[in-house]
Ligand binder design. Structure first.
Ligand SMILES: Nc1ncnc2c1ncn2[C@@H]1O[C@H](COP(=O)(O)OP(=O)(O)OP(=O)(O)O)[C@@H](O)[C@H]1O
Ligand SMILES: [Mg+2]
Length: 194
């Protein structure tokens, strides 16, 4: 199973994805944390472009898709074959949302990502842009709040379309984790006890 944790920059994805993996492993459910963009050469190129800014949005979308192919082949599929639950900190729907907004070509973005299997569970950690930027403080990448708000609205549309489950991520870490578990535990056949 692929469990994707999504949300705008600073929503709390890494915090919650890592915590979910620790929780699952403590329950005897073998799971592993992984993230996109990856630590591979392609991921490094993506990060360098994002730091520099001004990259062609189509090129960026293709780079993310290429990094995803590599991630799937090198990391995700081998883990799935070994029976792990793979918790992805950003996955396919990050491209639907960010690259969809950046290119204005959501159908094209889906097309170039057709090789990527849909996640079995996708969670949107939903917070306001204001709160997310507050959490991120210095580490701002896409600092344009109006862009992030468009991305958030695109994510919310994906929830309405039934692709993702929305989790209110405005509370503290423990509160958000409890909400996250409420959303995913039944689908993973687990109880909710911490
Ligand atoms: N529920 C929360 N309440 C307050 N602060 C939080 C919460 N969750 C995470 N944080 C803090 O906010 C910051 C951003 O969290 P985190 O790195 O998990 O977000 P992210 O979605 O992974 O961000 P990025 O998109 O940059 O990878 C971190 O300093 C983290 O400790
Ligand atoms: Mg993160």
């Amino acid at each position: 199973m692929i469990v994707a944790i999504e949300g705008i920059d600073g929503a709390g994805k890494t915090t919650q994805a890592r915590r979910l993996v620790r929780f699952l492993n403590s329950k005897g459910v073998s799971s592993r944390y992984t993230s996109e963009p990856t630590g591979s050469g392609l991921g490094k190129i993506i990060r360098a472009y994002l730091r520099r800014g001004g990259i062609d949005p189509y090129l960026l979308a293709l780079l993310f898709a290429a990094d995803r192919v590599n991630h799937l082949n090198k990391t995700v599929k081998p883990l799935l074959q070994r029976g792990y639950i793979v918790v992805c900190d950003r996955y396919l729907y990050s491209s639907y949302a960010y690259q969809g907004v950046m290119t204005g070509q959501p159908l094209w973005v889906r097309e170039i990502n057709r090789m990527a299997p849909a996640p079995d569970i996708a969670v949107l950690l939903d917070v306001t842009v204001e709160e997310a930027l507050r959490r991120k403080e210095k580490r701002i990448r896409f600092e344009d709040p109006s862009f992030l708000d468009e991305v958030r609205r695109e994510y919310l549309r994906l929830c309405e379309a039934g692709l993702m489950v929305k989790v209110d991520a405005s509370g503290g870490c423990d509160e958000v984790f409890a909400e996250l578990l409420r959303a995913v535990a039944p689908r993973l056949g687990l109880g909710l006890d911490p």
